[in-house]
Design a protein around this ligand. Sequence first.
Ligand code: PLP
Length: 445
Amino acid sequence: MTIYGAEATKRTSVRGRRPEVEPRNATRPMTGPVRRTPSRGETIATMTERARISQRIAGIAESATLAVDSKAKALKAAGRPVIGFGAGEPDFATPDYVVEAAVEAARDPRNHRYTPAGGLPELKQAIADKTARDSGYAVDPAQVLVTNGGKQAVYEAFATLLDPGDEVLLPAPYWTTYPEAVRLAGGRPVEIVATESQDYLVTVEQLEAARTDRTKALLFCSPSNPTGAVYPPEQVRAIGQWALENGVWVVTDEIYEHLTYAGATAASMPVEVPELADTCVVVNGVAKTYAMTGWRVGWMIGPRDVVKAAANLQSHATSNVANVSQRAAIAAVSGDLSAVVTMREAFDRRRKTIVVMLNDIDGFVCPEPKGAFYAYPSVGDALGREIGGATPTTSAELAEVILDQAEVAVVPGEAFGTPGYLRLSYALGDDDLAEGVARIQKLLG
Ligand SMILES: Cc1ncc(COP(=O)(O)O)c(C=O)c1O
């Protein structure tokens, strides 16, 4: 449907409407067919030229976080001593018992075949049990859809919930995939900015001010990527209550649920507001809790009709998640949480170091992150200064200067909807962390 594609490239924000996006990689005109003289053997149909890339797909921006990470890895492979703060993944190996379960599964021919598109029944049951254990949310396995990572769950949730033109309230800074997933589904992300002065937490008042009669859903993520902010339970409850009262669906991303520090806890919105369960989709996965980013197992939990519809979509898109990975995920979610306890201790130590070091840099202000493994300093006051011959005026330019001159990879706030910030993942070794931030300190004086 043409309206689907056209709507998908519109970018609306409460800070103003952005222009239509020019597809970056289309080499043909985008508006209407072009007529030319037919050559020998051509029919009228084949001579009509069209854009090579659809508007819907050409409008997607490359994942900036993956781009920074791959640039840093390429420089490293070329022998440069690059320290990468770009990656959104734990630097730990997957626990042995999980790997063993996968090895065993790979040897079993039953896992060499197609299995139900929506996930192995044993894994759905294990996810339902794990969810009741960890967040206190009691669900039936029929409410679980196993996806190819949390990323596919986000994509499918929006594809299932949105009609063209539906608005999704998107607290910013946001994880870079959310707005693209909304647009791909024909929806419009409506950004609501929460700055460091409010600890990166949006308020009910801000949400209400952005709500219109096209508002279909709110995207909620706590602990947050990229800020590390964790909403206190009473604020989760207030936002859930507001959503319930206003008929706004909530897609809540709990993928960092086990990575909280300094006494913070991750409250699950449908647990805080049980009546919301019928209009709430929970996204989660094994990637961050069990150091399993490469295994690609995530899930969504939602009302049965939504989960069934999303499973239909998945049955035509990717079918079942790789069985070996699903078997590994069963071992992970059914096991204890000792692996994440070990990781959490290391992340907490690094978190304390990085916050102190970043706040020591002139022009940087870094609130204390209470969750995930990211620090998100505001760097506005460090812009416009001369640094080794360059004068970066945006955080994107500053990130480039830092990579070129200090050989340290960080992700600019532009990737998360808030220019003027940098994201540093502290999921890297203690020594690299200290050395990397020291290099930035030295570069910026
Ligand atoms: C907030 C958030 N949600 C979901 C995901 C998806 O994780 P995966 O697709 O690896 O399971 C990520 C990964 O970076 C994330 O940061």
